[in-house]
Design a protein around this ligand. Sequence first.
Ligand code: ZN
Length: 225
Amino acid sequence: MKIIDAHTHIDYISHKHQDDVFESICCTTDESQWIDLVNIIKNDNAVYGAFGIHPWYVDSVKPEFDERLEELLLDNDSYMVGEIGLDKYKPYLDKQINVFEKQLKVAVKLHRVVFLHCVGAWDKVLNILKQYKKSDLPILVVHDFHGSTEILDFLLNNYNVMFSFNNINKPEYIKQIPDDKIMVESDGKKDVILFDVIKKIENIKHNENIGDIIYNNTQRILKNG
Ligand SMILES: [Zn+2]
């Protein structure tokens, strides 16, 4: 089976460690990692990059970070935006909203795939998404979804969304999400064996081709389509 890690971080690039994993999409968490990820990508063509500031790290944002993000993305058409979003249980929610809005604006302007982190704040994320015409929004890759099945339904019906999972604690999510919208991720955790995550999805979906479908789904993201 060929697997792509659809969401990891620079400290654990899973294709270097797991035999079935061939490529990894790496998300940054703060601006200091942007240059590190650019260098990793230059030295390993199996790494794809998403650049952004994670909601847990908004405390350290520097002025005009969004202008530098835009400049960086303009350097390379394959660069995506992530990991960005909101986390209700972490400090500085107002600042998180401001930083998320600025980064989303850049992603919309350049039409780059967005890797989204949302914990307990779907009402706020949906309010921000509403500021845009749906057709103007890029693909949103929701990672480690934890919301209600109603929110899940709403996202599936209204936006161009994909979902990546590193655990299958809630099989109902997997049942609800169409095969062509699921991916797998390590999220930088060494103990997440992507092959095992796919096997769990295969059992829930009763579809022995799901590994290939998941691979193709992630390839589609890399082609921004
Ligand atoms: Zn992450």
